[in-house]
Design a protein around this ligand. Structure first.
Ligand code: HEC
Ligand code: HEC
Length: 412
């Protein structure tokens, strides 16, 4: 593998490059922030739409140095649209927050194979499946779309005979090539415009080993080893492709369609029950006014549950890394009537943060859960990796949810 930290420092200002960097328009660049250098004509040639076909064998057998070697996308410089045959775009009703990056996700299922439905957990994918997730950074969060964004990284999960493997690929500054990068990168983001704020921070591409921190679960939780052997070894898995997140609409070019119905129609999903039996979460996005959510107590609870599930639940559940803490975000365990289990009135296990109580009903500011979401302090910040800045909209949601809780919950 190549590591090339210095070459990859991404300096982003008001002006951004097109997906292939060929356009190189830097007209409105602020004077003190260098814009990513452009290369004149060569990238355009490199970035032409091609007749690609997914290199299924290569995906199963070897680890490509260059993302383009797998031919997952028709334009090797644009992993945000036009997948090769076998690929389908998908979206989640509630995404994980990653420093306001945009995310473009695709599943690739080998011909004739099917994904097995599961009511609550991640679907079971056939060997040979690939999931890609590309992170891009806009200059302004209100102007998204690849033409206004800079490619940062493309993460791959590949299902091989032995199970899922994780492969991070990092884009060069020109946006013409993504290279396998096991050690992680620090990308400097300057002046990201978000509402009234200008945000500058270091975006961290995790190293390959760190993928397990979130993606690996132990099916039987923290049960004890028997004769030194864990009876239920930890298992690496995708997180997002669950019924409740995919039971939502996406526009594939002909108006909104239900994603699960689409997967069924494409012949890549089996075991889907009647739609009335399929769980769903409310949709959440940064653009959604909080007042719309808080208008209904049920909607506020369900949206908060969903946000906590996708942002925290992979660790804060019986099978996850943080199973021994007093905060659990499992979507499937009733939240009403189980407040203590989910952290309300619960005494924190760890010493980090200010408050000793995970959730103080009616008082977000004094709840450890809110405090640890609302800080960037290493050691305190939650999640412990995956973000450098605070998710203001997510924080406002969880604050509203805690503040709406009845303080008498904690009275004996
Ligand atoms: C901080 C926790 C965290 C870390 C670290 C992490 N992921 Fe993920 N990843 C998630 C969550 C949560 C989702 C689903 C939510 C989404 O897609 O927005 C996800 C989704 C994905 C997906 C789309 C399929 C899926 O699982 O939903 C891919 C591919 C992926 N991650 C690859 C990687 C790779 C490769 C690494 C290591 C370089 C990595 N991830 C590190 C939390 C993490
Ligand atoms: C990558 C795994 C991971 C993710 C994702 C994660 N956490 Fe944690 N969390 C931990 C670990 C490990 C601990 C225990 C060590 C510590 O306190 O730092 C912890 C501790 C906590 C505690 C203290 C609980 C106690 O009993 O001491 C709170 C509160 C918390 N996390 C909130 C959150 C919130 C809110 C999110 C999502 C926004 C989140 N965490 C996401 C791993 C994670």
């Amino acid at each position: 593998m190549t590591t090339h930290s210095t070459a990859l420092i991404a300096l982003i200002s008001g002006a951004l490059l097109s997906a292939c960097g060929g356009g190189g328009s830097s007209s409105s660049a602020s004077t003190d922030t260098p814009v990513t250098p452009t290369t004149p004509s060569q990238p355009d040639e490199q970035c032409q739409q091609q007749n690609t076909s997914v290199q299924w064998q290569a995906l199963l057998a070897g680890n490509a140095e260059k993302l383009s070697d797998y031919q997952l996308f028709q334009n090797p410089c644009d992993p945000t649209q036009n997948p090769s045959a076998g690929g389908l775009i998908y979206d989640l009703s509630v995404p994980l927050f990653t420093d306001y990056a945009s995310k473009y996700r695709f599943v690739f299922i080998p011909e004739g194979q099917k994904v097995q439905y599961h009511p609550t957990e991640t679907f079971e994918f056939p060997v040979g499946s690939v999931i890609t997730k590309t992170f891009t950074m806009p200059g302004n969060t209100s102007e998204r779309g690849i033409e206004n964004e800079r490619l940062l990284e493309t993460r791959l999960l590949i299902k091989r005979e032995g199970g899922w493997i994780a492969r991070p690929y990092v884009w060069n500054a020109e946006g013409t090539e993504a290279t396998w990068d096991v050690t992680g990168e620090n990308l400097v983001i300057n002046d990201l415009q978000h509402l009234q704020n200008s945000l500058s921070f270091t975006y961290k591409v995790p190293n390959q080993n760190a993928c397990t921190t979130c993606h690996q679960v132990n099916p039987n939780g923290d049960d004890d080893a028997v004769d030194g052997v864990d009876p239920t070894p930890a298992r690496f898995s995708p997180i997002g492709p669950k019924a409740r997140y995919l039971n939502s609409d996406l526009d594939y070019g002909q108006g909104p369609e239900n994603q699960l119905q689409k997967w069924l129609a494409e012949g890549i999903l089996e075991g889907l029950p009647a739609m009335s039996e399929v769980d769903s979460t409310p949709a959440f996005s940064d653009a959604l006014p909080l007042s719309q959510i808080t208008a209904s107590a049920d909607l506020l609870l369900d949206t908060s549950k969903a946000w906590l599930d996708i942002n925290c639940g992979h660790c804060h559940r019986k099978e996850g890394q943080a199973s021994n803490t007093a905060f659990r975000a499992d979507w499937n365990i009733a939240w009403t009537g189980n407040e203590q289990y989910h952290g309300a009135c619960a005494v924190a296990v760890s010493g980090a943060g200010e408050s000793a109580i995970v959730i103080v009903p009616g008082d977000a500011d004094n709840s450890l859960l809110y405090q640890r979401m609302h800080t960037n302090e290493p050691g305190d910040a939650m999640p412990p990796l995956g973000r450098a800045i605070v998710h203001e909209e997510g924080n406002a949601l969880i604050k509203a949810w805690i503040n709406a809780m009845n303080p008498s919950l904690c009275q004996p």
